[in-house]
Every structure is written in C-alpha cells, then in structure tokens.
Design a protein around this ligand. Sequence first.
Ligand SMILES: [Cu+2]
Length: 68
Amino acid sequence: MSVFKVPDMTCGHCEKVIREELTKVDQQVRVEVNLKDKLVTVDNLSDDRVLSLLKSIGYSPVLYDLSI
Ligand SMILES: [Cu+2]
C-alpha cells in the first residue's frame, strides 16, 4: 500500500477520473481517495505505475511519506 499526495486533485470529478485511471489497469487495484487532504491510497499497483498514470492525465502526484 502506498499513499500519494495529489495537490491538484480538487473536486469530485478529479476523484472520479483518478479512480478510473488507476482501476482500469487491473481489477485487483484498490484506490481510496481522501479529497479533503488530497491523498490517494493505492493497493496492488507499483508506485512508479501510479505516478506515471496520474501524470499522464495531468495531475502532479508525489509519493507521500507517512513517517514525516
Ligand atoms: Cu476536479
């Protein structure tokens, strides 16, 4: 499981397109979106893949270090 900060995810539409982009890859992929904190939690998909998929649809994700 990895958490990504997506500062430019601002509304329900963003949530929908992000969710669709990540889950279309594989039905095993699990996505949780926290719109208020602009966090996306992803299970069963590599960090590199998440970052490149979200960038490909115009977002600016960064891997979020929960230990900070
Ligand atoms: Cu939006």
